[in-house]
Design a protein around this ligand. Structure first.
Ligand code: NAD
Ligand code: WQD
Length: 383
């Protein structure tokens, strides 16, 4: 098997068939990704849909720091314009553009792809609240599925065939085992998860019909944490659905106490176990994926997690340690649809990309706390 670097070094041909070589090749591309022969920056422009959101904003920072140009395309339905200013401040980069637009708006998507001369798309835009997806399924199918179809059709028309898609561990549903491998048959148990699996299926079908496409389906586990500057972080609107942002709001005094959803699970302390992954590690996973797709026209399906699970009580304790604040909590009944435990088998991402999560639970809590302490109202008090 041989891979040719079509876009970067021009004539370089890499012959490889095993993973040791993959490491070497990735190291080469990490060094040279953004440089042309004169050592100046290449015109690599990435369209990041949903780039003003939580995971998107952290990924945009790392893309800019790697020397890439970025166009954020976001309808701001769950984010703020202030994020873009924060990213500019953080990176000092002049290579960031922002388009306020909806991925279902064909004309806006077409202009963004064509006018900006985009080379690859990282597709975060989507709705993600599991409960809401059950009560408003059409909103989720429209936004997450129809929106993705419009984006892909317009990519096809503009000859852009590299996409990294935000999928989720939710696609696995409730398998027999708690450690999810990419081969675990997906069977999502809610509408949100089904929208993610449908888009995965669309992309698998697209790859079959158009072998030149370069596609990554990244299944995130439980993203938490924030950039260590304290300038960007997770900013949920209304009452947070997820554990870490809720705890952060309790620590900062916005909410009185946390409800712990059940302590009668078959786990060591009775509370649910999850694979929390620092958003900075997740962002780095996207950069590694883009680098890989650049050298290999393939379809990747990868778990992005740590492989380790922590209980709700573990997270409370770690957050108290990081913040010096007590987190009052009350144990209430189980939340419908919750599982006792799930965590990633992250070994495939390490084998293929050479990527591995680095940051542990203490960093996840310390960085979340710094962000929350500095921005108790999130971005809402920022113009
Ligand atoms: P987020 O809500 O913070 O970011 C999503 C962004 O997409 C927001 O800025 C929102 O305004 C934008 N958006 C939504 N619909 C859009 C549309 N139609 N057109 C343009 N922009 C639109 O969420 P996040 O946590 O950063 O998640 C990013 C992606 O990762 C989502 O697709 C989500 O489903 C997926 N994911 C998230 C998690 C998680 O726990 N955070 C886990 C697994 C997968
Ligand atoms: C973690 C643990 C709760 C809140 C969700 C989505 C999933 C993915 C990640 C997008 C569980 C407990 C929580 C609270 C609690 N997102 N908990 N009190 O449910 O693992 O995954 O986010 O793709 O699709 O389902 O994450 O943070 O909500 O819950 O006790 O107020 O914390 O029961 O054990 P979850 P979570």
């Amino acid at each position: 098997m041989f891979w040719v670097d079509e876009q970067n070094s021009g004539s370089r041909t890499i012959t490889s068939s095993n993973n040791d070589d993959t490491q070497e090749i990735l190291a080469y591309f990490t060094r040279s990704y953004c440089k042309n022969k004169r050592g100046t920056e290449m015109e690599e422009k990435i369209l990041v849909t949903g780039g003003a959101g939580y995971i998107g904003s952290h990924t945009v920072v790392q893309l800019l720091e790697a020397g890439l140009s970025v166009v954020v395309f976001d309808n701001l339905s769950n984010s703020s314009r202030a994020v873009i200013d924060r990213i500019s401040k953080l990176t000092g980069s002049k290579s960031l553009d922002f388009i306020e637009g909806d991925i279902r708006d064909r004309t806006a998507v077409r202009h963004a792809l064509r006018d900006q001369k985009i080379s690859a798309v990282v597709h975060f835009a989507g709705l993600k609240a599991v409960g809401e997806s059950e009560t408003e399924p059409l909103k989720y199918y429209d936004n997450n599925v129809s929106g993705s179809v419009v984006l892909l059709e317009e990519m096809m028309k503009t000859d852009i065939n590299t996409i990294v898609f935000s999928s989720s561990a939710t696609v696995y549903g409730n398998p027999e085992y708690s450690q999810y491998h990419e081969d675990t048959p997906p069977a999502p148990a809610n509408v949100y998860g089904r929208t993610k699996l449908i888009v995965e299926d669309i992309l698998r079908d697209l790859k079959k019909s158009q072998p030149s496409w370069r596609i990554a389906l990244l299944r995130y586990f439980n993203p938490v944490g924030a950039h260590d500057s304290g300038l960007i972080g997770e900013n949920p609107k209304g009452i947070p659905n997820n554990l870490m942002p809720f705890i952060a709001q309790v620590a900062v005094g916005v909410r009185q106490k946390l409800s712990v959803y059940g302590n009668d699970y078959p786990t060591p302390d009775g509370t649910g176990l999850r694979d929390y992954i620092h958003v900075e590690d997740l962002a780095a996973g996207h950069l590694a994926t883009l680098q890989y797709l650049k050298i290999k026209p393939t379809l990747l399906t990868l778990n992005l997690g740590t492989g380790q699970s922590y209980s709700v009580l573990d997270i409370i304790k770690a957050f108290e340690k990081a913040s010096g604040k007590a987190i009052p909590y009350e144990v209430v009944g189980r939340r419908e649809g919750d599982l006792a435990e799930y965590y990633a088998d992250p070994s495939l991402a390490e084998k293929i990309l050479g990527w591995k999560a680095q940051l542990g639970i203490d960093r996840m809590c310390a960085d979340t706390w710094r962000w929350k302490k500095n921005n108790p109202a999130g971005y809402s008090n920022i113009k």
